[in-house]
Design a protein around this ligand. Structure first.
Ligand code: NAI
Ligand code: MG
Length: 374
C-alpha cells in the first residue's frame, strides 16, 4: 500500500501567527509526515489591500485539502477596519468579518475541540494532573449572529403578543434595548454531544459532563440537556453527569480531577475552555481544533499578539499541540503521540523555556528542542 500524501493548507495569518507556524513546521518536517503544505493567504493584510481577509482563492484551497493549520489573525471593530483599507477600497461598503467565524460556518466545522492538559514541570500549571477535554458547539447559539439593535417594531410587537416575560420590556423605546438570539438546534446539539461521547469511548475516558443552564434558560439549554440524556443511552459504558455553567467555574478550580470530557453549547463552551486553558498554562498552551465532517482547521486559541509579531519570542507549544491534534484527526496517531511525548519531555526538563514560562528561549528554539526529541 502506498502511503497517502496529505495536502495541508498552511495559513499563518498575521502577527505571531507567522512565528508560531514557523516553529511548528520544524516539528512536522522532523516527523517526516508525507505531506504537502500549501500556503494560503488569510488575515489583516488581505483585508487592507483586497477588502477580504479570507480571499476566495483561500476558500478554494480549503476545498481541496485534508486539513489546515492556522496561526492567528488580527481583527478590529468594523469602523477601525474600514479606516485601514487602502484608499481605493474605502467607502465601498466593505464590512470586515472574522475569517475564522466564516470558515467555521462555510465548512460546517461544528466541533470546537479544546484539550487542557497540565504537563508535569510546567511552571504555569494551576494544579498538576489537570486533564480535561472541552467539546464546544461551534456554529450556533448566541454566536449565530441573529441580533437586533435597534429592535424592529414588528419583533417588539410579536414578542409582546407571544411572551409574557417580555411585558417588562415592551414599553421601552426601540433604541433603548437590544436583542441577541440564542438559537440552538436539535441537530447541532445531538452531533456535538455524540462527538463528546465518541471521543470518550475512543480514548478510554470515563465520564462526559454536560455543562448547561437548563434550570434558567429552559428552551435552549433545557433541550440541550434533554438531548444529552437521550444520547447517553447509546453509551452505557461512559458515565455522564452534568453541571450548571456557573457552578462548574467554581468546581473546576476546586476539584479539576473530577472532570474529564465536557460538552457545552457555543458560548458556555467558549468560556469554559478559556478557564481550562488558563489552568494549564494560559495562551501559550491552549490548543484547539475546529472540526467538521470533511475538514479540520487546527489553531492555537490565542490571537495575533501584535506587540510580539515577528520577534520570535512567544510560545509555540499551543500551535505544536494543535498540530498534534491534526495528526490524530488524520489518523496519524503514532506521530501524534510522538509529538506529545516530545512536548512533555521538553516541558518536564525545563531547560528550554519561552518568556511566558519564565525563560528567554525563542519561538524557534522551542520548536527545535521539541523536534530534537522526535
Ligand atoms: P492575543 O491572544 O493575541 O494576545 C494577548 C497576550 O497574550 C499577548 O500580548 C501575549 O502577552 C500573550 N500571548 C498570546 N499568545 C502567546 C503565546 N503563544 N505565547 C506567549 N504569550 C502569548 O489577544 P489580544 O491581544 O486580545 O488580540 C490581538 C489580536 O488577535 C486582535 O486583533 C484580536 O482580534 C486577534 N485575535 C485573533 C484570534 C484568532 O486568530 N483566532 C483569537 C483571539 C484574538
Ligand atoms: Mg474565546
Amino acid at each position: 500500500m502506498t502511503e497517502k500524501k496529505y495536502r495541508i493548507a498552511w495559513l499563518p495569518g498575521d502577527g505571531i501567527g507567522v512565528d508560531v507556524l514557523d516553529a511548528t513546521k520544524i516539528v512536522l518536517e522532523k516527523l517526516k509526515l508525507n505531506a504537502e503544505y500549501i500556503h494560503g493567504d488569510i488575515g489583516w493584510e488581505f483585508w487592507r489591500t483586497e477588502g477580504d481577509a479570507l480571499p476566495q482563492r483561500t476558500i478554494d484551497l480549503l476545498h481541496t485539502v485534508d486539513a489546515a493549520m492556522f496561526g492567528a489573525i488580527t481583527s478590529k471593530p468594523v469602523k477601525a477596519a474600514e479606516e485601514e483599507l487602502v484608499p481605493e477600497l474605502k467607502g465601498k461598503g466593505l464590512i470586515y468579518r472574522s475569517p475564522i467565524v466564516r470558515m467555521r460556518q462555510m465548512f460546517d466545522l461544528y466541533i470546537c475541540l479544546r484539550p487542557c492538559k497540565a504537563y508535569p514541570g510546567n511552571p504555569l500549571n494551576y494544579k498538576d494532573d489537570v486533564d480535561l477535554v472541552v467539546f464546544r458547539e461551534n456554529t450556533e447559539d448566541l454566536y449565530a449572529g441573529v441580533e437586533f439593535s435597534p429592535v424592529p417594531q414588528e419583533l417588539a410587537t410579536t414578542l409582546g403578543q407571544l411572551s409574557k416575560p417580555f411585558g417588562v420590556f415592551k414599553d421601552l423605546p426601540l433604541d433603548q434595548y437590544a436583542i441577541s438570539c440564542k438559537v440552538v438546534t436539535r441537530k447541532g446539539s445531538e452531533r456535538i454531544i455524540r462527538a463528546a461521547f465518541d471521543y470518550a469511548r475512543k480514548y478510554g475516558r470515563k465520564k462526559v459532563t454536560i455543562i448547561h443552564k437548563a434550570n434558567v434558560v429552559r428552551a435552549t439549554e433545557g433541550m440541550f440537556f434533554d438531548i444529552a440524556k437521550e444520547v447517553h443511552k447509546d453509551y452505557p459504558d461512559i458515565e455522564m453527569d452534568d453541571a450548571n455553567v456557573d457552578a462548574i467555574c467554581m468546581w473546576l478550580l476546586k476539584n479539576p480531577k473530577n472532570y474529564d470530557v465536557m460538552v457545552a453549547t457555543n458560548m458556555f463552551g467558549d468560556i469554559i475552555s478559556d478557564l481550562g486553558a488558563q489552568m494549564v498554562g494560559g495562551l501559550g498552551f491552549g490548543c484547539s481544533g475546529n472540526i467538521g465532517l470533511k475538514l479540520g482547521v487546527f489553531e492555537p486559541s490565542h490571537g495575533s499578539a501584535p506587540k510580539y509579531a515577528g520577534q520570535y519570542k512567544v510560545n509555540p507549544i499551543a500551535t505544536i499541540l494543535s498540530a498534534k491534534m491534526m495528526l490524530d484527526w488524520l489518523g496519524e496517531t503514532e506521530k501524534a503521540a510522538a509529538v506529545e511525548k516530545a512536548v512533555a519531555e521538553v516541558i518536564r526538563e525545563g531547560k528550554v523555556r519561552t518568556y511566558d514560562m519564565g525563560g528567554s528561549n525563542s519561538t524557534i528554539e522551542m520548536g527545535e528542542a521539541i523536534a530534537a526529541r522526535l
